[in-house]
Structure formats: C-alpha cells, structure tokens
Design a protein around this ligand. Structure first.
Ligand code: SF4
Ligand code: SF4
Length: 270
C-alpha cells in the first residue's frame, strides 16, 4: 500500500491588486482539507516567486537587470534565517530525499555547526536568534560574523541550490542588480549592493505568523534546523481551512510587510 499518496489539492487564483503596478495574478494549489501553515507553504512560495519575477522584470525594463545567474553562489554563505513553519517544512523536504543524500546534507549541517562552534559563535548565535529576535543590531553583527566564516549552505551542491523548488522564502527574495563581485564583500565599507526587492516581504511575514494569528517574530538560522528538529516537530501549529489561512496570511503580509506598494488581495476559486 502506498502510504505516501499525494493529498488532494484545490486550485485557486490569487489576484494581487497594487496601487502602483498592474495586478499580479497567481494560480496556486492548496490542500483540500484543514492544514497547518507548513501545508500552505507551496502556495506561499508560488506567490513569492510571482512577486520576485515581477520585481526582476521591473528592474530589467529600467535598464538595471539582475546580475544573478547559474553557478553564482557567493550569497549561499550568508546566515539564512527562516520562520519556524518554514524550518519544519525544510526538515520534511530533507526527510523526503534519498537516504544517502540526506546523510551527505546532514553531515554538511554538522560541519557547518562545528565551524560555528570552533569560532566561539554558537552560544551567541543561539541567543541572538532564538531569544531576542527583535534585536536588529545584534542580528546584523551576527550576520557579519557568520559571513566571515564562509560556511556554504548545507543545501549547496555543485554551485547550485540542491532544493531549488523548495528553497526558503528569503532565498527566493534575494537578488542583486549590482556586479556579482560586490557580493563577495557584503559587509565591507566600499560595497555597493543594489538589491532587487519584491513589493511584499513574504519571508518576514511568514516568521511572524503562526498560521492563524500574528506572533512575535520567531527566526531560526537555517544551520540550526537539525538542532531544533525535535522542538519543531512537537510544535503545535494551528490547523485551519487552507483558503482561510492563506487569506489571513496575505492580509497580514500586505498590512505589515509591504515594501513598495499597497496591495489588495482577491481570492478566486479556479
Ligand atoms: S545575489 Fe550576488 S552572489 Fe547571489 S546569485 Fe545574485 S549576484 Fe550572485
Ligand atoms: S537554501 Fe539553497 S538558495 Fe538558500 S542559501 Fe541554501 S543553497 Fe542557497
């Protein structure tokens, strides 16, 4: 018996009306039954991709196209931060990979943690991101200190993201229109990084939303995902009807996490 039969999905269309740009129409698939925020993450990723594509097209039209390309992987050494639901989704992505590949990735997680520990950063990193998510100065210092270690993301394989389709929202939102060599010194005084930003910060919104209500922002460094595996698997995320959950999330994101525009959401059954 196949115990991993795909769950039935329901197709809907999200229309993002924006005050200063054309509406963005995004077809998404949602689970047909009540789920947690992890369950609607594929739909959130589709919306994040549509917003990022739109931002990339806008800068290209302005003559400042993005400079990101295949094999350009310098940015995959940053301290990647995730919301807890995303982190749990990432652990499920990992668990679904063939065992040998899982073992390789797990060993890269461990190697990364060993380097963080050897540099004396482990307790500070843990404290900054699990207890004081609102201390932006301490977070920026830790981002710079982590960068200095040059630790490749455990999912980086042959200069490409090994989980590209399921990579975190913050990775989906990260692109530059400045020269790629500037990405090698992101914290240097001379660095000129020109980010291509989507009009909504869906990654930030995801870290401050539990599936039903706004919550205090809970960020987790990607490199800590395995350390928090038990905690995350035991966390009781709210369970809601998927369309209701996505509406709540998008209302929250458009109210508190807009970057460049005002948005109005319309949800239509396909
Ligand atoms: S953000 Fe920088 S390092 Fe990353 S792909 Fe784009 S140009 Fe390359
Ligand atoms: S998850 Fe993928 S895109 Fe994100 S930092 Fe890791 S390798 Fe890069």
């Amino acid at each position: 018996m196949n115990t991993h039969a795909p769950l039935p999905l329901r197709k809907i269309t999200i229309k993002l009306e924006r005050a200063h740009a054309d509406p963005l129409v995004v077809p998404v698939e949602l689970p047909a039954t009540a789920t947690t925020f992890v369950g609607i993450m594929p739909a959130v990723r589709s919306i994040a991709d549509a917003l990022q594509d739109d931002a990339l097209q806008t800068v290209a039209r302005m003559g400042r196209p993005a400079t990101c390309g295949l094999g350009c992987d310098t940015c995959c050494r940053h301290l990647v931060m995730l919301g807890e639901a995303e982190a749990l989704g990432l652990l499920r992505t990992l668990a679904a990979l063939p065992e040998a590949r899982q073992a390789d990735i797990r060993s890269r997680f461990q190697a990364g943690l060993d380097r963080v520990e050897a540099a004396g950063l482990l307790p500070r990193l843990y404290a900054v991101f699990t207890r004081t998510a609102s201390d932006h100065i301490a977070q920026a210092e830790m981002q710079a200190a982590y960068w200095e270690l040059g630790i490749p993301c455990p999912f980086l394989e042959e200069q490409a993201c090994g989980i590209y389709a399921e990579r975190p929202l913050v990775c989906r939102q990260y692109a530059m229109s400045s020269p790629p060599q500037n990405c090698r010194t992101p914290f240097g005084p001379q660095t000129a990084l020109v980010k291509v930003l989507p009009s909504l910060d869906l990654a930030g919104a995801a870290a401050a939303f539990d599936g039903e209500l706004a919550q205090q922002t809970r960020l987790l460094p990607l490199i800590f995902c395995l350390l928090r595996e038990t905690h995350l698997s035991l966390r009781a995320f709210p369970v809601l009807e998927p369309e209701r959950m996505l509406t709540r999330y998008l209302d929250f994101a458009t109210t508190y996490y807009p970057r460049k525009d005002t948005h109005h959401i319309i949800m239509e059954r396909a």
